[in-house]
Design a protein around this ligand. Structure first.
Ligand SMILES: Cc1cc2nc3c(=O)[nH]c(=O)nc-3n(C[C@H](O)[C@H](O)[C@H](O)COP(=O)(O)OP(=O)(O)OC[C@H]3O[C@@H](n4cnc5c(N)ncnc54)[C@H](O)[C@@H]3O)c2cc1C
Length: 434
């Protein structure tokens, strides 16, 4: 099946409806362009809160928003259509992208496909570790954490087996690793103690591995130290300057030879750009599978193709290795590119305005770095919650998350620790069958 362009308006095809893709749609002129959004999922989701799905604090539906509703809801959304599909090939000769379902013609192509997990040359890890790069992965992680708790609570006459089931290793000391380790630490402190009488909370072992000598490498030294202190208070065992060399038979081996038993490794150590195949041109994606772009987000060497957000590699004087892979960069790049496409001129260079960064370690505990200010503790936590709430798409999501957080704050509990077993009888044998 093929979807072709009409002559009336230029067709802009956007691969990916994350922060970059949705902001492209928001700012592109619908009278000038016929916009097609293609995404492998039929909803937008909010990665900064995936760790809360993994720890049972929020449901995937609380932080996701169906694209069709979003496109219909916007007054300026008319003129943008949604196609679900996983783009595997970009054909620059016939100006088409191919998904498992169809081929879609474009006049201009915007690649906003973000990143996926990076296993640093060890792809087999995907079979054994748990990841948090999508709402589905975070849900799977939640199921597995709860599964370990339920099973451990049954090991009444085998304390060694119980301890083993309750050993978690988190790899990567960036914001996601810190947040997920802190969230499991909080489960140990508040929930396990109360709801799992068969488990001694002391049996829960949480280790966090970070290859460099500090946590939250992209943030200030103060934030790193405060996060470390807060994690220690939650009894998370932080190993700095340690890399995971291998994970076999539930044993994690570190680069210094240390061995840690863990039934569950949560991998947050790195990302790499989504990979595409090309037809009509010999093209290879750049470092970290990102698309090398000029300072207007035009992909070097490909006509009428643009890349924005995490998947774009724009090397500038201030960012010689490319911009940080963060939501603000994606939003700001998309806004500028849409405006320049509307005008038809590319006279402005992208200039990233860093609005600061933040991470939370647990209840009442967050660290925030603004340009000249560092905040920690309760105030920072409030700022963290406020920023995340206003950034969520949809009033219903904002309200649901606010209610959940308020409930958890006063009850010291979350009510979403539901273990969803995957179905034994899938309707399709293979994803992509019609
Ligand atoms: C767990 C986690 C926590 C994070 N926390 C923060 C934070 O606190 N603050 C912050 O600023 N940033 C954070 N980030 C980073 C932030 O989420 C990204 O920088 C941002 O999402 C990038 O936006 P994007 O639009 O480029 O890509 P994404 O938001 O990743 O969107 C990419 C979209 O493309 C779709 N897609 C991918 N490949 C294909 C394909 N082949 N075909 C069709 N569709 C495709 C995906 O389904 C997705 O909808 C976090 C990321 C993760 C994973």
């Amino acid at each position: 099946m093929s979807t072709t362009t009409s002559n009336a308006r230029e067709r802009v095809v956007i691969i990916g409806g994350g922060f970059a893709g949705l902001n492209m749609i928001k700012y592109l002129d619908k009278k000038k362009f016929d916009i097609v959004l293609v995404d492998r999922n039929n909803f937008h989701s909010f990665p900064p809160l995936f760790y809360q799905i993994a720890s049972g604090g929020l449901d995937p539906g609380n932080i996701s928003f169906p694209f069709r509703r979003e496109l219909r809801r916007r007054k300026d959304g008319l003129g943008a259509t949604f196609h679900m599909g996983d783009v595997h090939t970009i054909d620059t000769l016939y100006k088409e992208v191919h998904t498992q379902f169809e081929s879609i013609e474009y006049d201009k192509l915007i690649i906003a496909a973000g990143t996926t997990n990076n296993f640093f040359g060890n792809p087999d890890l995907i079979k054994t570790v748990f990841t948090l790069k999508s709402a589905a992965e975070a849900t799977r992680c939640r199921n597995e954490v709860i599964d370990r708790l339920e099973r451990a609570s049954l090991c009444t006459d085998d304390p060694e087996r119980r301890r083993r089931l309750l050993s978690f290793v988190v790899v990567g000391g960036g914001p996601t690793g810190v947040e997920v380790a802190g969230a499991i630490g909080e489960m140990k402190r508040y929930i396990i103690k109360r709801e799992y009488p068969g488990i001694n909370p002391e049996d829960v072992q949480i280790a966090l591995l970070e290859g460099t000598n500090r946590l939250l490498g992209g943030m200030s030294q103060e934030s790193s130290e405060n996060a470390l202190k807060a994690l220690k208070e939650l009894m998370v065992d932080v190993h700095l300057g340690k890399l995971m060399n291998s994970y076999e038979d539930n044993v994690v081996t570190l680069n210094d030879g240390t061995k840690l038993y863990s039934e569950m490794v949560i991998w947050t150590a790195g990302v790499t750009g989504e990979k595409f195949m090309f037809s009509g041109i010999d093209y290879t994606q750049g470092r970290g599978n990102r698309f090398e772009v000029d300072e207007q987000n035009r992909v070097k060497g490909l006509d009428d193709v643009f890349a924005v957000g995490d998947i774009a590699l724009m090397q500038t004087k201030d960012y010689p290795r490319g911009h940080p892979q963060m939501a603000q960069v994606a939003i700001q790049q998309a806004r500028l590119l849409a405006k320049q496409l509307n005008q038809g001129t590319f006279d402005k260079k992208f200039d990233y305005v860093d609005k600061g960064s933040m991470a939370t370690v647990g209840r009442n505990l967050a660290v925030v770095d603004l340009k000249h200010v560092h905040m920690k503790g309760w105030l920072a936590w409030m700022a963290w919650m406020f920023i995340h709430l206003i950034s969520l798409l949809g009033m219903r999501n904002k309200l649901t998350v606010l209610i959940n957080w308020t409930w958890s704050y006063f009850t010291y509990s979350t009510s979403l620790r539901i273990l969803l077993h995957s179905t034994k009888y899938p309707l399709r044998k293979r994803w992509g069958e019609m």
